[in-house]
Write a protein that binds this ligand. Structure first.
Ligand code: ATP
Length: 372
């Protein structure tokens, strides 16, 4: 398939979707007004804290829940009337839900015999598909085993193979790695990403783990309290968070208060703590005199000797050894505290002593203006 065409085809379109559980006037509002486009062949992640509505959205795409208002299109078609088993969609759950009395091969075949998505397959075709899927997840050797004879990671791979076996157009994954230990989870991230790329199936992945989202996704939608906060590539979300929630939820960040002193040619200049100038930012939506927060990641702040030109004066309050990095806690003139992270250099003369004065420097491109 032509790559440009594939990027532009929409797999799932969520249009003005609102979801209220129970009484539509007084029930709990799970989703307020969601608009999202998920492209064909994309690894798309719904990321947000517990209760933000991720699972509700996934269950509506699968057909287990219905929007109170709005519509969901699958490849351009409104699927409101289609029951779950008639949608070209399958789900991998956090708990593998394999049949304990069947072998791994039988678990996969069972789902294909019941004609998912309206397709009828012959016995030979089913056998072939089972082999193909077990090979995809590197589990051919285990075809004859029962689920309880497999490790958690192996069971999760089987659950993935079973969900992929009917060749869905869209695979929904509801926190599928959360039951695994850290090392296995990290290994499975790479495997999942590779399987998605190999099959070309659109993956919609739900997680509250920002690292998981950043490492696997083509694009991420960050949700909070039933609303989309930002949609973008991992680097967009991390480097240019749109608001305080996204900046704080994804990775670690520092907030520096600044008052706008000048706006010109798409740039805004700020006075930081104690009136020190901060690097200008691309932002034309601000008025002179407004106070906003800038978000700067710890690794984008650089410590320089006290008195260096253009640096924000600070004091070193603490130094923490993190192995690969050194982390400093510094205080500014207004008492606010920031975190600075630098690669751990063998050159000890590069280190700053606790209690000493220093300067802080950051580039214009390293800060994001947070508009709310
Ligand atoms: P988690 O990460 O904890 O699974 P989530 O982001 O997936 O959370 P949802 O399960 O979609 O969140 O829930 C969104 C909101 O809707 C929550 O406030 C939840 O309490 C509420 N909710 C979910 N299911 C129901 C239900 N069946 N009846 C009433 N309220 C519900």
């Amino acid at each position: 398939m032509n790559a440009v065409h594939s990027l532009q085809t929409l797999a799932v379109s969520i249009r003005s979707v609102r979801k209220v559980y129970g009484d539509p006037h007084n029930g709990p509002v799970a989703l307020k007004n969601i608009d999202l486009d998920i492209r064909d062949n994309e690894f798309f992640t719904l990321l947000g804290p517990s209760g933000c509505g991720k699972t509700t959205l996934l269950r509506m795409i699968a057909g287990f829940e219905f929007p109170t208002r709005g519509e969901i299109l699958l490849y351009g078609e409104n699927i409101a009337d289609r029951p779950p088993f008639k949608r070209p969609v399958n789900t991998v759950f956090q708990h593998y839900a394999l049949f304990p009395h069947m072998s791994i091969a039988e678990n996969l075949a069972f789902g294909l015999e019941s004609q998912p998505m309206g397709k009828v397959l012959s016995k030979a075709q089913i056998g072939e598909r089972v082999r193909e899927m077990l090979a995809l997840v590197q589990m051919e050797r285990f075809a004859g085993r029962r689920p309880n004879q497999l490790s958690g990671g192996q069971q999760q791979r089987v659950a993935l193979a079973r969900a992929l076996a009917p060749h869905p157009k869209v695979l929904l994954l509801d926190e599928p790695l959360s039951a695994l230990d850290l090392k296995l989870r990290q290994a499975m991230r790479e495997e999942l990403k590779a399987i998605q790329a190999k099959t070309g199936i659109t993956f919609i992945f739900v997680t509250h783990d920002q690292e998981e989202a950043l490492t696997m996704s083509d694009r991420i939608a960050v949700l909070a309290e039933g609303e989309v906060q930002q949609v973008g590539r991992p680097q967009d979300i991390y480097e240019q968070p749109r608001n305080r929630f996204v900046a704080d939820f994804i990775g670690e960040t520092n907030f520096i208060q600044g008052t706008v002193t000048r706006v010109e040619a798409g740039l805004a200049w700020f006075a930081g703590p104690a009136g020190h100038p901060l690097p200008a930012q691309s932002c034309s939506e601000l008025q002179v005199g407004a106070t906003v927060a800038l978000s700067v990641r710890p690794e984008r702040l650089h410590l320089v000797p006290a008195g260096s030109q253009g640096a924000l004066p600070c004091r070193i309050e603490a130094q923490i050894y993190l192995g690969t990095d050194l982390q400093y806690q510094v205080s500014l003139g207004d008492g606010s505290r920031l975190t600075v992270r630098t690669p751990n250099s063998v050159d000890h003369s590069q280190r700053f002593a606790v209690g000493s004065d220093a300067g802080l420097h950051f580039d214009r491109g390293s800060a994001s203006v947070l508009l709310d």
